[in-house]
Design a binder for this molecule. Structure first.
Ligand code: ZN
Ligand code: ZN
Length: 602
């Protein structure tokens, strides 16, 4: 030991003076203790300069420790760590690991990866701490092929069945979109720990596999593991996508039980879950309780929630709140607020905001912002103005813009502009089955049956099929899904019996079924039967017969509802005194007392 020390320090102290060696040793220790106490880069560099001056850096152990401090402290500097690293003559595994970890922490996966290559070239053996970080670098790079190679190497070096390595492999595969490889690794872990479960659950969420996320979560709980905050966040986002409010509420309760303070990610996921499950008020409460914890993402989630629910005024309020707090809203925020104005029919306010973003704020409006404006004008019936805006846009209008215009033409029965929009969609080669239906509806309303027939033939010739509409409702934590004319539900007989009673009551209210959107050539009687069997009506009816009187019905559907479903749902909310909330892709209708929050404007 003494030998190596004298060897390292021979420049300063002659080996013939052993007393000085111990003196030097204590000096060395003193300097190092001082280095460990550094609170920032400035202090660190001052002490380190002194150490270099005294020549202690020749000790690769000490140099490695100093480098680690610099690479891994929150105040550290990777550049400085690199400069120490380059002076170390024969860096060992620990030193390489530290540098790789530091680069991954700084989100510099390329540098981390080249260090790993250098390590192999210098024949320094990787160990169980090396792989998790290099694999993480692969995830940051979304480099699936490299990931597969590393997986192979981990096995070759004997770390392929190390739980920590396998956990990072799951995350890496999920990040690269290869969820089946992630699942293979997960299944082969001999002893799964909470991190393994968390990696698999958030992996499913990353890949948009909401059902699998929830089933893995329940498996995790049944095996007695307690989820951490990030797992609960993944579960919340799956609940949001599946409109699974009951499970979402339970997850909120678990968060409350386990953590006195949630982080901003958990709070924002809670808002998203409530908003997407139709509980805008609960979402707002969580948002307001965040006080000073809000960031741009939480504002963005809240504003797009308000837009989906048609709360235009509140969205405008949040925009001013956000700006008064000194935040600079990004394009996504403006899109959210403008969409809220559009859904709430706040044409003037929306107009003003759009002008402001262009003139005062000098924001180069994106195509999404133009889309919102076209929607706003189209909904309010200013179709000519909307068309002019599209024609004069500085960006080439895409299919979304033309489709927005086409749906506005359907609402306001404008054949002329509808035809232009259809032609543009055909030119762009993106005239879908849904667009055919929209165009057919416009012609049917105008009684142009020849055109309806032509479109129908074209649609058949192009092999286009309208995607099947479905509506679902959650009753006692089970999601029931219905398609149009569905008879597969075990309570089907009861449901149809009830639907006919409802139809009778509707007639009593003076309402006759609106069959204008039925484009099949059948008798009026048959058309009425078809309309009565629409999936939304089946789901609502099932809700009416299987839930307590007065409870809220929450329906979620994949396609836009027809005008008859909208009108009958309004009346059902009045006749049966039920609040009915229908989620239609990215917007909500709140039916209550015979009125809808959209003001029949959607
Ligand atoms: Zn319908
Ligand atoms: Zn509505």
């Amino acid at each position: 030991m003494i030998g190596s020390l004298t060897q390292n320090t021979h420049l300063y102290i002659s080996p013939e003076t052993p007393n000085s060696v111990s003196g030097l040793k204590s000096k060395d220790q003193e300097c190092f203790t001082l280095l460990q106490k550094s609170k920032n880069m400035k202090e660190f560099m001052q002490v380190h300069a002194k150490i270099i001056k005294l020549g202690f850096t020749h000790d690769s152990q000490r140099a490695g420790d100093a480098m680690a401090m610099c690479a891994l402290s929150h105040w550290g500097s990777m550049d400085y760590a690199c400069s120490i690293f380059h002076q170390i003559e024969e860096p060992n595994t620990f030193i390489f690991n530290t540098m790789i970890r530091g680069h991954v922490g700084e989100n510099e996966p390329g540098k981390a990866f080249s260090l790993y290559v250098q390590m192999l070239l210098e024949e320094v053996l990787p160990n169980g701490y090396t792989f998790p970080f290099v694999i993480k670098a692969c995830a940051q790079l979304s480099a699936l092929e490299k990931g597969h190679q590393l997986h192979g190497m981990a096995i070759k070096f004997g770390f392929g069945f190390d739980t920590c390595v396998m956990n990072t492999l799951i995350s890496m595969y999920a990040k690269c979109g290869d969820i089946s490889s992630a699942k293979l690794v997960f299944d082969s872990i001999p002893q799964k720990n909470p991190v393994s479960w968390s990696a698999m659950i958030s992996g499913y969420t990353k890949c948009g596999l909401w059902d699998q996320c929830l089933s893995t979560f329940s498996l995790m709980q049944s095996e007695g593991w307690r989820p951490d905050e990030s797992t609960l966040v993944s579960v919340l986002s799956s609940c949001a996508h599946l409109s699974a409010l009951d499970l979402g509420r339970c997850t909120h309760a678990s968060l409350l039980r386990k953590f006195s303070n949630f982080n901003v990610v958990a709070e924002t996921s809670l808002i998203e879950m409530y908003v997407k499950c139709g509980c805008i008020d609960r979402g707002m409460t969580v948002f307001e309780r965040m006080l000073n914890n809000k960031n741009m993402i939480s504002y963005g989630v809240m504003i797009s929630g308000l837009a989906a629910h048609g709360y235009g005024k509140k969205a405008l309020e949040l925009l001013s709140e956000l700006m008064s707090e000194g935040w600079e809203p990004d394009d996504a925020i403006y899109v959210g607020v403008l969409r809220a104005c559009s859904h709430a029919g706040l044409v003037k306010e929306g107009h003003r905001l759009f002008e402001k973003t262009i003139s005062e704020l000098r924001i180069q409006p994106t195509i999404q912002l133009y889309g919102c404006m076209v929607d706003l004008l189209g909904r309010s019936g200013s179709l000519k103005e909307a068309y002019e805006l599209v024609r004069n846009m500085p960006i080439k209008p895409n299919e979304v813009i033309w489709r927005t215009l086409l749906s506005a033409c359907k609402v306001h029965h404008n054949i002329e502009i509808g035809e232009i929009a259809s032609e543009k969609l055909i030119e762009l080669d993106s005239f879908t089955a849904g667009d055919y239906m929209l165009a057919s509806n416009i012609y049917a309303r105008g009684r142009r049956w020849g055109n309806v027939e032509r479109l129908r033939t074209e649609m058949a010739d192009n092999g286009l099929v309208q995607s099947l509409g479905h509506s679902s409702i959650e009753v006692e934590r089970k999601v029931h899904r219905f398609v149009s004319q569905d008879r597969a539900h075990p309570q089907s007989n009861e449901i149809y019996e009830m639907i006919h009673q409802i139809a009778w009551q509707l007639r009593f209210e003076g309402y006759s079924l609106d069959t204008s959107e039925v484009l099949t050539y059948v008798s009026e009687e048959e058309k009425r039967d078809l309309v009565l069997g629409h999936s939304q009506k089946l789901a609502i009816t099932f809700g009416l017969i299987s839930t307590a009187p007065g409870s809220i019905l929450r329906i979620s559907r994949n396609l836009r509802m027809c005008s008859d479903c909208h009108a009958t749902t309004r009346l059902i909310s009045k006749i049966f005194r039920r609040e009915i909330i229908v989620r239609e892709r990215n917007r909500f209708h709140h039916f209550k007392g015979g009125e809808c929050s959209c003001g029949d404007y959607w």
